[in-house]
Design a protein around this ligand. Sequence first.
Ligand code: APR
Length: 254
Amino acid sequence: MSIAQLQVVAKKLIESKNSLAFTGAGISVESGIPDFRSSGGLWEKFNPMEYATIDAFKRDPEKVWTMLREMDKVLEAADPNPAHSGLARLEELNLLSGVITQNIDNLHQEGGSQTVVEFHGNARRLVCIKCGQAVAAADARARWQEEFPPRCPNCQQIMKPDVVLFGEPIPAEASSLAMGMAQVASVMLVIGTSAVVAPASYIPVVAKKSGAFIVEINPEDTVLSQEIADLTVRGKAGELVPALVEQIESLLSK
Ligand code: APR
């Protein structure tokens, strides 16, 4: 990471009338939540085709809940890190219209972001795939001693987290909101995503094709780095985002 790069991004955000952040699991790694595809990631431990598809859930919900309960423990213990609160600060400064996130950990909201598009849902809610009843995951968790996997209070079907499993559609409202925001953004911060899962991976491409300046914040190269990113800032989100906010605050104070 170079300060000069952050100063370029800071100026772009101050000049831009409409900036947007698009985030993936990498932004929550410094909150203690492993990402999916880096070494030690979740998919190294659990084959996503066996544990993270809607068909696998329907076939053997108890098996999928063994992975979900492990994920729940990690999510429960996680707090927002300076990258989450940094994006919330940019929103407070009216320099960010919001965050489109692939993450289901609720950390953007807990970090203070007001406009968060949950492209893959949110694990803080459980939903019944039969009757649509929703409950708070915290309420179900409190009863796990007596009832695991959690069952729908309405029809007794096993419930699932309100997250998009492979093979499920993206919630229509989140999809249209995200694509609409990407089409009008003039700057997009793409933070902590390998951008390999569609249709989420189209979002930075839509922004780019609509004329946005794309800034990639990631310790590693991704499929976006060559063709889509206009500026690749190599490093950890938990360090780079607060450093970016610092550059912006000092420019605004002049
Ligand atoms: N700061 C910034 N980026 C980081 C950090 C960090 N501290 N640590 C890791 N990364 C980067 C990795 O280099 C990688 O490019 O975050 C990215 C994480 O990529 P994935 O693990 O593939 O996560 P993500 O892109 O969010 O996956 C998309 O795939 O499995 C599905 O539904 C799941 O939403 C998820 C989707």
